[in-house]
Design a protein around this ligand. Structure first.
Ligand code: SAM
Ligand code: SF4
Length: 335
């Protein structure tokens, strides 16, 4: 069993690594990407072998949970080879959980192979149950394909959690239908506040911003919400909906600061390690890895990075201006 070596200055144990395996995506969700995105040249990306080396080093240093994200992780060529290779860490019990966040578009093809690699749960991002609205939000997404992907996930025995970004004027009319739909299917549902990631051109974030305090109020007026002591090690807080038996979670980076229990760091597809989603400080792990044959330099760089993990982020809409806005897009850091 690897000994935990990743303790930050605030005595938080870093045991959760989120890895973006590509900045590319087959969708263009308007709150995430601009219509015209310039993607990274392929040589900038970590190869699948490098991703393996990087993740295996973190696992050796005590990371027990790995979440693969993007861009859209399932559009990365050869990604199943990487999942297959990571499954060895599940078998050895060094890794407790291997999971991914996906838009669901490729799940019909990959749900079964993912389950065979030991993936037990997937987060699928879905902001609406209306095909026309879905097409508008994602710009190039096919609602039918995502539904087929969800059916394949169910068939493969994967536990599904739906992530929905709360968007005022866009999906605020679907709060209750989404709760009902997820409840019927046995899916947990997590609402996420829209975060100020990347310049969105003409899109006005303040007008989209739907605080989850209001979402909760509306939910409580219609459903019986029960407290549950569920600690996922993540930023979401959960309630049980008595009528459906399902769980509804809230990720509130703006109205509630969840940083005190943060156990995670994020690796970009180019091997940059962000110690906090909402801060610019970054460690270049790719250089430490590519320039040295052994892993000593990489391990030293990881330790140095964890030693400067900040206490928290500074996103703030409260004064009706966007403070703490990040210049990078979400598909770069990985959501
Ligand atoms: N493509 C995959 C997907 O959509 O699930 C994985 C990557 S995506 C960047 C991860 C999550 O970030 C998605 O649930 C997405 O809705 C969320 N996201 C993207 N941009 C966001 C923003 N500006 N604010 C809040 N959540 C955002
Ligand atoms: Fe792609 Fe996910 Fe961003 Fe949508 S949220 S554009 S699916 S990376």
């Amino acid at each position: 069993m690897p000994t935990p070596q990743l303790i930050d200055p605030f005595r938080r144990k870093v045991s959760y690594l989120r890895v973006s395996v590509t900045d590319r995506c087959d969708f263009r969700c308007y709150y995430c990407m601009a219509e015209e995105m310039t993607f990274l040249p392929k040589k900038e990306l970590l190869t699948l072998e490098e991703l393996d080396r990087m993740c295996s080093t973190f696992i050796d240093m005590g990371v027990t949970k790995l979440r693969i994200t993007g861009g859209e992780p399932l559009v990365r060529k050869g990604i199943m080879t990487f999942f297959q290779s990571m499954s060895r860490h599940l078998k050895s019990d060094a890794l407790k959980e291997l999971t991914l966040t996906t838009n669901g578009s490729q799940l019909s093809r990959f749900a079964e192979p993912l389950a065979q690699c030991g993936v037990k749960r997937v987060n699928v991002s879905l902001d609406t149950l209306q095909p026309a609205k879905f097409a508008k939000i994602t710009k190039r997404g096919d609602f039918g394909k995502v539904m087929a992907g969800l059916a394949a996930a169910d068939k493969a025995g994967l536990k599904v959690k739906i992530n929905a970004v709360a968007l005022k004027g866009v999906n605020d009319d679907e709060l209750h239908p989404m709760v009902e739909w997820c409840g019927q299917r046995g899916y947990d549902l997590t609402w996420i506040e829209v975060m100020p990631m990347g310049d969105m051109g003409e899109v006005d974030r303040l007008s989209q911003y739907w605080p989850l305090s209001d979402v909760k109020k509306q939910l409580a007026a219609r459903w019986t919400l029960e407290d549950i002591p569920l600690n996922t090690g993540g930023p979401a807080t959960y309630k049980r909906v008595k009528e459906t038996g399902g769980r509804v979670g809230f990720i509130t980076p703006l109205t509630h600061n969840f940083c005190e229990s943060c156990n995670r760091v994020r690796l970009t597809c180019t091997g940059q390690l962000y110690m906090c989603l909402g801060q610019e400080d970054v460690a270049d792990l790719r250089a430490a890895m590519r320039n040295h044959e052994g892993n000593e330099a990489l391990i030293a760089e990881i330790k140095a990075a964890i030693a400067r993990k900040p206490k928290g982020h500074d996103f703030d809409y409260s004064r009706r201006v966007i403070e703490g806005e990040m210049s990078r897009h979400m598909n770069h850091t990985g959501g």
